[in-house]
Structure formats: structure tokens, C-alpha cells
Design a protein around this ligand. Sequence first.
Ligand code: 5GP
Ligand code: MN
Length: 313
Amino acid sequence: MTSGLAAVAAALDGARRVAVYCHVRPDADTIGSGLGLARILRALGAEVSVTHPGPSLPSGITRLITDDAFSAPLDAEVAVAVDCASSERLGDLEESFLAAPVRVVIDHHATNNGFGTVNLVDPAANSTTELVLAVADALGVPIDAPTADCLYAGLVTDTGSFRWSTHTGHVMAARLLEAGAEGRELARELLDTHPRAWFTMAAAVLGSARAALDAFGGLGAVYAVCSAADRGDLRWDAAESLIDLLRTADDCEVAALFKEGEPGVWSASLRARSLVDVSAFAREVGGGGHRLAAGYTTRGTADEVVRAFLERV
Ligand code: 5GP
Ligand code: MN
């Protein structure tokens, strides 16, 4: 196992067939990283596939998608997983990824243990697309406008519209806009567009929020549930942004949102303001993530998953 930017660039430089993999419940960072990296490697003459597991693409990224954007994984000499904290995050693509002789991991999750044969894992990066840009620079590939769109999409979403971006993220944004990224259009489509039925769902979910003020040693946790019934006919990712509203509770350090996908299967999103390491909590229950933004998957009724959470905090 090797690690670092130079090792990843060396593994990709001259690779003729590359299979790129995105994570389950794909977001704009994994898709932007995957499609952006594919464009960068194709510029070097490689044949590249990009594949994502289900349930389906996230809303709002049509600007990044061309007819041939995705395909089944190539039988490739090099496989690349983007934005995946662990190989399980590849869902039903995990086996295919693990079968490749050279496995590259490009990711920014603190909980990533380096499951590739070559790893570029940097928790200081704002987004995985920030690391993909570093790979492009190491390979000497210029960034054209469609690639800039892909990289910007991951950056603007993973930084909450730059609210928690570092200086590096702002410099990267300026560079991508200079290269032709359509920043305003991407932000509007990725973050500021909802079907009107979303308002009804958001009102129900936020209206059901409760607080456990004694949780986390008295720092407090606010929590809410979005059941499959709350979501109704809305897409699987309709509730993804609600955690950013829950986390604004002025009397709680931690926010938790339980989102039901398949009946009885819940994705839990955790956020902390600044003091609690929610990735440590998530890891204890089989998940992972970043210090201030993490998640895990769990099963049961709404009451059961909430009770199990409250018992641990
Ligand atoms: P979100 O709340 O936006 O779904 O996820 C926040 C972070 O937690 C993501 O960066 C993601 O990597 C991590 N995360 C969310 N759900 C899971 C999960 O089921 N397993 C693991 N390992 N990480 C997760
Ligand atoms: Mn990410």
C-alpha cells in the first residue's frame, strides 16, 4: 500500500483502462469527482468508465451529465473509488472494485482507513473534488469548463455553499469559475431547487424535531425523523438538506436526522457545531464520516432507531 498525491498520479499516469466508482446514495461530490476524474483521464488517452450504485442519481446534477456519462465498470487495470470512506460505501459495486489489481482511493473522510492499494486521503480537503483537482495538476491536465463544473459541484455542496470552506476552497472556487464553471447555475440547481411538495415534507419533519438537552454531557442534541410516509412520492434524496436546518438549533451542539429509505432501513445524518466528534459516534455504530458531519445506517421502526440513538448519547 502506498499513499499520497504522487503515488496516485503515478498509478493513473499511463493507465489505459480505468474504472471509476462512486458511493451509494450518491451526492454531488462523489458524482462530480467521478465524472471530473474521467474527463481528466480521457484527456490523457485512457478509456474510462464511471459507475454509481443506487438508489439513483441525486437531484440537480443534470448539468454534469452527458449521454455516455455512466456505464458498467470496465474490466480495468486500475479501479478508483471517489469520496468513499470505506469499501462498503460502494454498495453492490464493492466486489467489482475489490477485484481490480490496482485500487486507488481518493477521499477526504477522516474515518477512511486507506482500503486501496494506493490512497490519497486528506481530511483537510473541503471535498473530494478538491483532491481530484490536485490529481489533475499532478498529471499536468488543464481544467476545461465541463470539468470545472464537475469539480465545483462537489465543492459548493460539501462546503454548504462555502459556509465552512477553508481558504483553499475559496481559491479553488475562483480558479474553477475562471475556467468556466457555471457557479450560480450549479448552486441554484443543486441547492436551491425543490418540488413544492418538499415544503410540506420539510414542515412535517422540522415540526417533529425534539431536543435531548442532557445528551453529549449536557451539550444537547436535536433530532427529527423523516419516514418513508413523510417523503411520500418525493425522491430518495429529498430530505438530504434538512439536516442543515436542524443543525441551526441554538441550544444543541449535535443534530441528528433519521431518514427512511427502504421500509425499516434508516440513514442517520449527524452534525456537530464544533465540540463533539460525531464521526467517532458514527464509527461505534458501524458508520463513519468527518468530525462535524457523519452518518450511519440502521434498522427498525422510527421509535426504535431514535431510542437506540438516545440511549447512546
Ligand atoms: P450525510 O449525513 O450527508 O448523509 O453524510 C455525512 C457524512 O457521513 C458523509 O460524508 C458520509 O461519508 C458519512 N456517512 C453517512 N452515512 C454513512 C453510512 O451509512 N456509513 C458510513 N460509513 N458513512 C456514512
Ligand atoms: Mn465528499
